[in-house]
Design a protein around this ligand. Structure first.
Ligand code: BTN
Length: 270
């Protein structure tokens, strides 16, 4: 399989700024770290860093993230959204929609689990981690990190993730060109990011809802040591999850994880 390479990513890239500056590393701690440092030096919006291997790849809620050299896609992009801090979760939802649309362009029909996991047949294909750097004036850098399981075979995913994670290859038996996939993803990402930052976040929400596997479901909400069960109703205009708890009250969930208590209807098998 071809390595990720700036020339191959730039060839035919359909974006204005996303991925116009791109660095492909063999190994680093975390691509998010590389961009957090670059942001301190005033790096350009849309700069992308990829890595074949990350020694400290991280996920949400303090979890680690595994990549497979030459087979998965781990990258981060540097953004300077002019948004209120409350609106930053919208960027992650925009990214989830962009990943789903890219997979659909490859004839794959994923679902989105709140807030931003991309699933197929209930197993995780992609995770998204958004982190903010130091505020400089009004420009708070946001680092959007995306990890995708693309070409991993049966032996590539750790045993601990059996039944929890999957890859595009494992599900469809088809290998994808990672340079081309990233190029396509950057195109959709630039579009959904523009919707988010230019007053059209409702478009992101609508696209997100169409693919949601966590709406109208019985779930357990996990926020650190606090847990409760309820029925998911919708997401609000900021992307918070609305859950009716067992006492009938609607809670607004802005962070944490949800576990589905029943199998989601629809978008399970394609
Ligand atoms: C999650 O689902 O917990 C989020 C996983 C995010 C992983 C990506 S891989 C590229 C970037 N660098 C990291 O260290 N994490 C993100």
């Amino acid at each position: 399989m071809k390595n990720l390479h700036p020339e191959a990513i730039l060839k035919g890239l359909r974006t204005k700024s996303f991925g116009r500056s791109v660095l492909c590393l063999e190994k680093t701690t975390s691509t998010n770290d590389v961009l957090l440092r670059l942001a301190e030096e005033g790096g350009v919006e849309g700069t992308v860093v990829t890595a074949e291997s990350q020694t400290k790849g991280r996920g949400r809620q303090g979890r680690s993230w595994n990549s497979t050299v030459g087979k998965s896609l781990a990258f981060s992009i540097l953004l300077y959204p002019k948004l209120h801090v409350d609106e930053l979760p919208g960027i992650t939802m925009a990214a989830a929609v962009a990943v789903a649309r890219t997979l659909e362009a490859y004839h794959f029909k994923p679902g989105i689990k709140w807030p931003n996991d991309i699933l197929f047949n209930g197993k995780k294909l992609c995770g998204i981690l958004t982190e903010s750097g130091d505020r400089k004036g009004k420009m708070t850098p946001v680092i959007l990190g995306i990890g995708l399981n693309l070409n991993q075979g049966p032996k590539d995913l750790p045993a601990s993730l059996k039944g929890i994670a999957t890859s595009l290859y494992l599900e469809k038996g088809r290998l994808v060109d990672r340079n081309q996939f990233l190029r396509d993803l950057l195109f959709y990402l630039e579009e959904t990011y523009r919707w988010t930052t230019e007053g059209q976040f409702s478009k992101v929400l609508n696209e997100w809802r169409k693919r949601a596997v966590t709406l109208n479901q019985q779930v357990r909400v996990i926020q650190g040591s606090c847990r409760f069960c309820g029925q998911t109703l919708d997401v609000d205009e900021k992307g918070a999850l609305l859950v009716r708890n067992d006492l009938g009250m609607v809670e607004r969930v802005i962070s944490g994880d949800v576990e589905l208590l029943a199998l989601p209807k629809g978008r399970r098998k394609t």
